[in-house]
Design a protein around this ligand. Structure first.
Ligand SMILES: [Zn+2]
Length: 208
């Protein structure tokens, strides 16, 4: 049986501790938490009782910083049976959160269109250099990787879109038909103006 006193004493909303075993799994990254690694427990009341959901401290920083901040404010490590070793400061964790936020902002969804940030890239379909500032379109290239099909960006000049899409491994996006391309470009390319889209539409031409 586990500790019977836990029924009487209310459990704190958060717990920060060194993992007492290596059996728990991080609810953020789904990987195991090594024994001794610092983990954040978030008390969750579920239909089958009350218990802690565990997260690596760094995973919590990247994905639920507000909760981690609350846990630090109440010094949630004081409830641990053993004080965790190597507890990072909140400022160090805040940096992780900011890095993660920036990455999320930069993550582009295929297909998208943009003005070329430099003049170094070449159109994958024609081999022409894409001039700095010119409109370019990122289609998807299906690549098989470890038994899974992944889609990576295939950058082309707008006038080469139709020709590129005729290649068997080039797609408008994941489960996106060519005729849907323009709608998705609008959705995924917030930095472009209406004039940019008019130009794109004209250069891309009709897609079936
Ligand atoms: Zn994790």
């Amino acid at each position: 049986m586990t500790d019977s006193s836990s029924e009487e004493a209310p459990q704190p909303a958060y717990m920060i501790e060194g993992a007492r075993s290596s059996r728990s799994k991080c609810k953020t990254c789904r990987k195991g938490i090594d024994k001794g690694a610092v983990r954040l427990g978030i008390l969750v009341e579920g239909p089958f009782g009350t218990g802690y959901m565990w997260h690596h401290l760094k995973c919590a920083a990247r994905n639920q910083f507000a909760k981690l901040e609350e846990a630090y404010a109440m010094e949630a490590w004081q409830y641990a049976s053993e004080e965790p070793k190597g507890l990072p400061g909140l400022e160090e964790l805040r940096k992780l959160k900011e890095e993660a936020d920036n990455k999320k902002k930069e993550r582009k969804v295929i297909p998208y269109a943009e003005h070329a940030p430099s003049g170094r890239a070449k159109c994958k379909a024609s081999g022409e250099t894409i001039p700095k500032g010119a409109l370019r379109v990122a289609l998807g290239q299906e690549v098989e990787f470890g038994g899974q099909v992944r889609i990576s960006a295939y950058l082309v000049l707008p006038h080469m879109v139709a020709e590129a899409l005729a290649q068997p491994d080039i797609v408008a996006g994941r489960e996106i038909e060519p005729f849907e391309l323009l709608d998705h470009l609008r959705e995924n390319s917030k930095s472009l103006s209406d004039e940019d889209f008019a130009e794109l539409e004209q250069q891309i031409g009709e897609l079936r």
